[in-house]
Design a protein around this ligand. Structure first.
Ligand SMILES: [Fe+2]
Length: 362
């Protein structure tokens, strides 16, 4: 059997193939790497027979639809999948073969309703159903997630041999694989005594999906012919429990558009414009908004606004693109200021609108 993980990123794509017949399967391919996979298969003289998504992905656009189109491979997903262009729906116990390499499946829902685990002779590809060690398993608060279902799916591993190697769809900590025995020892998901305890613990940590994840899921359902338009963060452990904690907090920050800020500035409305970038950015190409005060985020986090406005005053935080200013808005809200807004898109958006900037040091 040929078996290899093909990506350098935290998202794993597995190549499984028969040495004898050269028939291959790709598991969880990435959209942006589809052409690279086609080149790799060609170089090795392999024919892509199957392409499989272990579940509908929320953190990246699947390359399965594109690979099916490019190679004529059969696209496999679980029968509960809502993805539109799947050729063959699989279910627990179903079998396919790559020449002399038998492949079968377990239905392991919880992270999503359509999650499957791929069973090979000496290993299992668990998707986001099970991660390695302290990473536990995929979150159950995305659309289709169900903590109860996850508990029952974990029980399906009870009868499997401990020597089986475990290969997940993600590892955000640089690990490649483990064994089922090691997971039974180290993985916190095996430490709960009963379903009630397990579900209570999981649900207590749920923060809900970030907006961008919903866009990615929709694109994957639709077999999108292009990468999802959502801004997908490349290093975020999005499928881990609490992996979008920062996003969920960001969503609670009130935003204000640059156009609205410009109107307030022009109308000389009372407002505290707090620019949280560094001095070099303040005087750099993007400059700053006339009338703003420089208060780098690092200082703000130590002592929010020395010359403090009144708690009811309008405060607008500004940075380069809207990230640091959202953090700043959270800090100021937590410090008791009641009307704090972060300028969407930061000075990059302000400059793109052609609004005036000041580049002086004061
Ligand atoms: Fe996932």
């Amino acid at each position: 059997m040929i078996f290899e993980q093909l990506n350098a990123s935290d998202c794993k794509t597995y190549l499984v193939a028969s040495e004898q017949t050269k028939e291959a399967m790709l598991v969880d391919p990435l959209f942006e790497r589809a052409e690279a996979y086609v080149d790799e298969l060609k170089k090795r003289g392999l024919t892509l027979k199957y392409v499989l998504d272990t579940h509908v992905h929320a953190d990246h656009t699947s390359g399965a639809a594109l690979l099916k189109q490019r190679t004529g491979a059969t696209y496999l997903m679980h029968k509960a999948s809502e993805t539109g262009c799947v050729d063959q729906h699989i279910d627990e116990g179903d079998k396919v073969a790559l020449g002399d390499v038998p492949v079968s499946f377990l239905h392991t829902p919880g992270h999503s309703q359509d999650s499957v685990t791929v069973l090979l002779q000496d290993r299992i590809l668990t998707g986001d159903f099970l991660f390695l060690g302290d990473s536990g398993a995929g979150r159950t608060d995305l659309p289709g997630g169900d903590a109860h279902a996850h508990w029952h799916a974990l029980r399906k591993l009870d009868g499997l041999p401990g020597a089986l190697q475990v290969f997940p769809a993600h590892d955000y900590h640089g690990r490649a694989s483990s064994t089922l025995d090691a997971e039974r020892q180290k993985n916190p998901r095996f430490k709960f005594a009963n379903e009630e305890e397990y579900v209570g613990w999981l649900n207590a940590q749920s923060l809900g999906p970030a907006e961008w994840m919903k866009d990615v899921i929709s694109a994957n359902y639709a077999c999108a012919p292009a990468k999802a338009q959502a801004a997908i963060p490349s290093t975020k452990p999005a499928c881990e429990v609490g992996g979008t904690k920062g996003d969920a907090l960001m969503q609670s920050v009130t935003q204000i558009t640059p156009e609205a800020v410009r109107m307030l500035v022009d109308a000389k409305k009372p407002m505290h414009l707090i620019d949280v970038r560094e001095l070099s950015e303040w005087t750099g190409e993007l400059g700053h908004i006339a009338g703003a005060r420089l208060f780098p985020l690092g200082e703000l986090s130590k002592a929010p606004l020395k010359a403090a406005p009144q708690p009811e005053d309008l405060i607008v935080t500004v940075c380069k693109a809207g990230g640091r200013s959202s953090n700043a808005a959270m800090i100021l809200s937590a410090a008791g200021f009641k009307d704090v807004r972060s300028m969407t898109g930061g000075m990059t958006a302000w400059a793109a609108l052609g609004y005036p900037v000041d580049r002086s040091a004061t």
